[in-house]
Design a protein around this ligand. Structure first.
Ligand SMILES: [Zn+2]
Length: 198
């Protein structure tokens, strides 16, 4: 498969058989990519950041370690990561209610809608939206235990490789957030690229 572009603000779902991997490239360096995984055999089983934090005893994903499902199945392995920083697991994805909170015009794109549309387009159903892994999203945890929204530290071409450990539908959203500078100081969501690799 050649690399596929996900336009800034849009989403895509990709089925992966166990053993296949996907490379996600932060082409311009500043784009947060909300990432989910659903078990192909039963989409009520999903990658759970809450269970993963418990199993890894870490707030942030670790290179070489798996992401766990809500049934504590090892679903995806973070096999490669060119980025020395952190990927957020603390924030829920953006949704229409967050954009209402920011007084945006109705119809603003959101990661929640991107997830649902991508899952439906792939022929599956979803009744709820799990909390995602927010690749490259810079949410530092301060000494006071407060958290803040910061501009990304990632660089153009930074990439991760995620290997499926079970048959999985992976879902990506190049986050459409353009109110706070989570996708860079220019508030402009940008395209990323994904590619199924060996
Ligand atoms: Zn978003």
């Amino acid at each position: 498969m050649a690399a596929v572009e996900i336009p800034g603000g849009h989403g895509l779902a990709l089925p992966l058989r166990a053993g296949q991997a996907v490379r996600v490239v932060n082409t311009h360096g500043t784009q947060v990519v909300d990432t989910w995984a659903l078990a192909l055999g039963d989409t009520s089983e999903y990658l759970s950041v809450e269970h993963t934090r418990r199993m890894q005893f870490s707030l942030f994903p670790k290179l070489g370690e798996p992401f766990y499902s809500n049934r504590r199945t090892k679903m995806l392995l973070l096999e490669e990561d060119s980025f020395p920083g952190q990927h957020d697991t603390l924030f829920a994805c953006c949704d229409k209610w967050l954009y209402q909170h920011y007084n945006c015009a109705p119809g603003h794109r959101s990661c929640r809608d991107n997830f649902l549309q991508a899952v439906f387009a792939a022929g599956f159903d979803a009744t709820s939206v799990p909390n995602p892994v927010n690749l490259w999203m810079h949410i530092p945890v301060h000494d006071s235990a407060r958290i803040s929204i910061e501009t990304p530290l990632s660089r153009p071409g930074d990439h991760v490789k995620l290997r499926a450990l079970i048959d999985t539908l992976v879902v990506f959203s190049a986050c459409p957030m353009d109110v706070v500078p989570i996708n860079g100081p220019d508030l402009a969501p940008k395209p990323v690229h994904v590619e199924v690799v060996g």
